[in-house]
Design a protein around this ligand. Structure first.
Ligand code: BGC
Length: 765
């Protein structure tokens, strides 16, 4: 970890000084969000790229614009439109003036500059002393948080304490509606993980409601609407308010030592549903601002801290033996919590709401990396994330038709609105494993929560439609003794594309069949009418069951008998092995330095693929098999994707390679704090953050859900004294404390339960 950049306590990340490089980096790390909207950790005085900012952005989940994708050469069925999350007006912009001199880090003299991200309270605090060129001084403290109690709300408190009497202090708050967007940097990088930016992609209109200034924003093409409003309150001083162009100006004559306090509330409400009326949302926004302004900053903060307490009480993981890691681990959990959409209409993007990287798109990352954390700590959020998939099921059906599959649904590889937005199909649409990933997540959700209602409604429908897709994509290959094969797909490893029988995909599809069969049979046998109605509505026919059973049984899973190795796909072992040892360091990640076809010709992996399959269904493989495969695939893997290390780490724990498990874990847990992937400026790596939680609970805790039972096989790295975490399972809360000499399981809430500890039954009462 680069400790020069971040000094830490067990709960607080501290940045000291005014080094522009560090401040720029922390723009991502210090982002605050609540799943509905987020705002980057930019300094108050900036609103466009500068020495101190890569890109200020306030992002509302799923608030995006689209435009046609321009292909040099088009082919049928290509994704048609980009979907790009777009920054909305910056509600953090504050200008401070002392005797007409404007504060910024380049003017006068700034000392004791410090920013602290307090993970426990969920706030960002900035303090400094500024002396203007005339030698007049002020102490400044700015606290900001994004509320969970009022999801629209960004709350800020600015406290200025003057050193002298009779200076003129001006505080100007601004709702910057990006009119000057030309000044935003046009990103000219060729990195496919970054989006192009630079244009203002909405128009805005100002109006008033209940004496609150509001801004109505409408995106150019998608016609997404947003109402933004602001309410300020100056405390202890009287000042006329100068109101102009979305900005308010307060001017006071200072009294030595007497703080000037400004409370500032900004609200972002979007109209998500067509039936949402602008008039009503505007009214709602004005009401929120008026009511919360009466409550006041301190009361709002108190409520916010209570929310955070509740969150940490269930979701914290404690490590004894490494304080630096402790805060790093909490940082990951904090950002996961911040990133998830909670209303069933929005999901969780690959960067959360911390940056514009990957355009705010949702990927398989949610189901296979982030969901576990919510499933076992806040299952109601897990449900909302899966419900989002149900809202885009119709688009997934359309996508299947475009792919000439007459039945079933294919979920988009990357999307916001459900339509495919990946312009590069070999590493996009070809990743049909996303169907199996979603099916696996749904099945696991039902098992972990016992939520039959979801299981027999949304869950059932998705399981059937995804299974139908696989049944139609694949066929029985006579040359392979009638095995069921899935050709021309790309597995998780994006350095190998368009292959036949990717092991991971086939195994996920096999389980997709199994889950669909189980849920359909349970529905047909039950007295519940709900599920039967669903089957009737989607025109389920009995012979489908037989077909799935057959395909499941005959699913082809490639294996090399000679080497005793699981094959990543039919062709993998026929390729030359990429010489990783002699590839210069500066040539990584390979995707930025080699043509895809160069990469595809070799045995080289971007990320865990076969090893991920073996991790998910680990009880189905022998120890020796897993060891052989692990050693082999590790030797050809670059970890150029941030989704890789956590999986290798968890498998290392399972196989007893504790040193490896520890090393992978350290890289995983500190990935963004140490900028391991060199692109944290574009946003955090949310999937890896989910991987961090999984590494602790599935990796070192050894948790596996087998059948209906939780199994723990805990293993502690020698570097730590103890690890403690909680999981919830079917209404219970279980506290697990792993120590060197023993592991304790304590039932904190709920009915007695039987679990397994290393294959030994334990009764929890
Ligand atoms: C990975 C994908 C992932 C995407 C978004 C890519 O680099 O290869 O597996 O879904 O990033 O995180």
């Amino acid at each position: 970890m680069n400790t020069l950049k971040v000094k830490q306590s067990k709960w607080i990340l501290t940045e000291e000084g005014t080094d522009p490089e560090i401040i720029r980096q922390n723009e991502t790390l210090f982002a605050l969000s609540n799943g509905h909207f987020g705002t980057r950790g930019s300094l108050e005085e900036i609103n466009s790229p500068s020495k101190y900012s890569n890109s200020e952005a306030t992002l509302v989940n799923a608030f995006y614009d689209s435009e046609p994708i321009e292909y040099g050469e088009w082919a049928y069925g290509y994704a048609k439109e980009h979907q790009t999350i777009i920054p909305v007006p910056n509600g953090k912009k504050i200008t401070l003036k002392l005797d007409h001199e404007i504060f910024d880090l380049e003017a006068g003299k700034t000392t004791k500059h410090k920013r602290e991200l307090d993970l426990k309270k969920g706030i960002l605090k900035r303090t400094f002393t500024w002396e203007n060129t005339q030698g007049h001084k002020i102490d400044v403290e700015i606290i900001r948080f994004v509320s969970y109690d009022h999801k629209e709300l960004l709350a800020q408190k600015i406290t200025v304490t003057p050193y002298n009497d009779n200076n003129e202090l001006e505080i100007i708050t601004e709702l910057d509606d990006l009119k000057e967007l030309g000044s935003r940097k046009k990103d000219t990088s060729k990195d496919p993980r970054v989006k192009e930016q630079g244009e203002r992609r909405f128009h805005s209109e100002r109006f008033k409601k209940d004496s609150v200034d509001l801004l109505h924003i409408e995106t150019n093409h998608t016609k997404c609407h947003l109402i933004v409003g602001e309410k300020d309150k100056l405390k202890g001083f009287k000042s006329p308010i100068y109101n102009k162009n979305n900005s308010e100006k307060f001017i006071v004559k200072t009294k030595k030592g007497k703080p000037v306090v400004l409370e500032r509330l900004v609200a972002y409400s979007n109209m998500f549903d067509e039936e949402d009326k602008q008039e009503e949302i505007a009214q709602k926004t004005a009401t929120i601002l008026n009511e919360t302004s009466v409550l006041g900053f301190e009361n709002l903060l108190e409520k916010h801290i209570k929310h955070m307490e509740k969150f940490w009480n269930m979701s914290d993981i404690e490590i004894e033996g490494n304080d630096e890691l402790q805060v790093g681990l909490r940082f990951n959990l904090f950002h996961l919590h911040q990133a998830a959409g909670r209303d069933g209409k929005r999901n969780m993007s690959a960067k959360g709401l911390t940056g514009e990287g990957y355009e705010g798109h949702y990927f398989w990352d949610t189901e296979m990396y982030m969901l576990s954390f919510f499933l076992y700590t806040q299952p109601e959020i897990a449900k909302q994330l899966l419900t989002y998939r149900y809202t885009i099921l119709e688009e997934a059906r359309n996508r299947a038709r475009i792919m000439s599959i007459d039945e079933g649904a294919l979920f988009a590889w990357r999307t916001i609105n459900g339509k495919e937005a990946s312009p590069y199909y070999p590493a996009g649409t070809a990743q049909i494993h996303i169907n199996g990933d979603i099916a696996h997540a749904i099945y696991t959700y039902i098992k972990v929560t016992g939520d039959k209602h979801f299981g027999m409604n949304e869950g059932l429908e998705i399981l059937v439609e995804t299974a139908r897709f696989y049944a139609n994509w694949g066929h029985y290959d006579e040359k392979r003794e009638g095995a069921f094969v899935l050709n021309n797909v790309t597995g998780p490893d994006e350095y190998t594309a368009i292959v036949n029988n990717n092991y991971y995909t086939n195994l996920m599809a096999k389980h997709n069949f199994k889950y669909a069969i189980e849920m359909v049979e349970a529905t047909l046998e039950s007295n519940e009418e709900r599920g039967k109605d669903v089957l009737e509505r989607i025109n389920f026919k009995h012979p489908e069951l037989e077909n799935w059973k057959n395909a499941q049984k005959k699913m082809f899973l490639p294996y090399d008998e000679e080497q005793g190795l699981t094959m990543q796909d039919d062709s993998f072992f026929h390729k030359e092995v990429w010489d990783l040892k002699h590839t210069p360091k500066e040539k990584f990640p390979l995707l930025l330095h080699y043509h895809p076809l160069t990469i595809y010709r070799y045995q080289v992996n971007k990320q865990a693929d076969t090893i991920l399959a073996q991790f998910i269904f680990s009880h189905a493989f022998s120890h020796d098999q897993k060891v052989r495969d692990y050693n082999y695939y590790e030797s050809v893997t670059t970890h150029d994707s941030s989704l890789s290390r956590s999986v290798f780490g968890m498998m290392a724990s399972e196989l007893g390679f504790m040193q490896k498990a520890y090393t992978y874990f350290m890289d995983t847990a500190l990935m963004d704090l140490s900028d391991l992937q060199s692109n944290t400026r574009d946003g955090v790596h949310a999937a890896n953050m989910g991987g961090t939680w999984m590494s602790m609970v599935y990796g070192f805790g050894g948790l596996r859900l087998i059948g209906d039972r939780l199994n723990f096989n805990p293993r502690l790295p020698k570097e730590w004294q103890a690890v403690t975490f909680k999981v919830t399972f079917r209404g219970r809360i279980i506290k697990v404390s792993i120590k060197k000499e023993k592991t304790e399981y304590k039932l904190i809430e709920g009915e007695p339960l039987v679990i397994n500890h290393f294959n030994e039954e334990r009764q929890l009462k």
